[in-house]
Design a protein around this ligand. Structure first.
Ligand code: KG4
Ligand code: ZN
Length: 335
């Protein structure tokens, strides 16, 4: 069978990324220009600044990716791009770059939903087996997705308020940690103990999530300790928050695994980089669900990158999904 080579562009938030992937799982080149250093100065992503930096970086990153793969655009079979969801100004830059390449080189243009990219990042580890359950945990989303086959996405649970990554970043801000809080909390939690009692979020539907109350509970716990002239241990607070957030997350996964007969469970999104979550998944899956296969994506494919967009774009390409040149970016789109 002829090899299918996809060039993908991702620019939904603060990473300008380009990748070239063969047959959906073989990376020929993968480049990411992160803007984190700039946004850290402001304590979070500034959308207008992000768009401007994408403009500066996009052509360079595409050129570098082609150079790394030792290829020209003529040699690729399709141009995939993140259509959304994300920051509209940031998305626009990637969409424009993809359209320009597809038009100039007469290549098929393939629109990709950002979250499907996170899901298909798992294809770099091994083949997906259906039906599968995906836990998508990122800065903007917390969702349980049931897939009966390739590119069939059914959201069976979601957050009613903040995404888990957003909660990590907001708690990070409360604890005066540099942006993004997620990786810092992960690191500090290892040095602390979960001694502070925080309430588990309560949600009516056992498959839905809620994290904004937990963030407020952290703030209240800190204020209470300060009022009583007690010192707040940042490490212990990180460990307490993380333990409560992950306990809640896992309760929902178990509820879903107990209700739906799936062959595989996969983890996806930036928060999948969390070391305690990765250990928890491994331990729980092996002990409680030995008959369900599971995948934890490699660290470098958890946070935003274009290789995952190419992996998803490959499936979309095979399914005949194409965009016309009047397609635009979308800040929010359903799966
Ligand atoms: O998927 P991603 O790169 O961007 C979105 O699509 O949102 O996810 C970014 C999120 C941020 O909220 C960040 O704090 C979180 O993932 N994150 C982590 C870790 N690494 C990144 N959260 C917890 N522990 C980590 N190690
Ligand atoms: Zn993402």
């Amino acid at each position: 069978m002829k090899d299918i080579i996809i060039l993908a562009i991702e620019s939904s938030c603060d990473e300008t990324a380009c990748a070239i992937v063969k047959n959906g799982n073989e990376i020929l080149a993968n480049k990411v220009a992160s803007q984190i250093d700039v946004h850290t100065l402001y304590g979070g992503v500034v959308p207008e600044v992000a768009s401007r930096i994408h403009i500066e970086n996009i052509s360079i990153i595409i050129k570098e990716t082609l150079k790394e793969a030792n290829m020209t655009v003529e040699q690729v079979d399709g141009i995939a791009f993140t259509q959304g969801p994300g920051l509209i100004g940031s998305l626009h830059i990637g969409v424009l770059a993809a359209k320009t390449l597809a038009w100039a080189y007469n290549k098929p243009l393939i629109p990709v939903h950002h979250l499907t990219g996170h899901i298909y990042a798992n294809a770099f580890v091994k083949e997906l087996k259906f039906p599968l359950l995906a836990l998508v945990v990122s800065g903007g989303h917390t969702e349980l997705v049931l897939m009966k086959e390739d590119y069939d996405f059914k959201v069976i649970g979601e957050t009613l308020d903040d995404a888990i990554g957003e909660a990590y970043d907001k708690v990070g801000r409360v604890l005066n940690l540099p942006y993004p809080g997620g990786p810092k909390i992960d690191k500090l939690a290892k040095e602390g103990k979960p001694i502070y009692k925080l309430p588990l979020p309560k949600v009516e539907n056992p498959l839905d999530f809620s994290f904004s109350g937990l963030k407020s509970a952290v703030m209240q716990a800190i204020n209470r300790l300060k009022r009583n002239d007690r010192e707040v241990s940042i490490e212990d607070m990180c460990a307490s928050f993380q333990k409560t957030a992950l306990t809640s997350l896992w309760q929902k996964v178990e509820a879903a695994l107990d209700s739906y007969a799936v062959k595989q469970f996969i983890l996806a999104g930036g928060v999948a980089a969390n070391s305690e979550l990765r250990e928890l998944v491994k331990e729980k899956m092996e002990k409680k669900y030995p008959n369900i296969d599971y995948i934890i994506p490699p660290l470098k494919y958890c946070t935003d990158n274009a290789a995952m967009i190419a992996a998803s774009g490959y499936i979309a390409y095979k399914k005949g999904i194409r965009a016309s040149f009047d397609i635009g970016a979308k800040a929010s789109i359903d799966l």
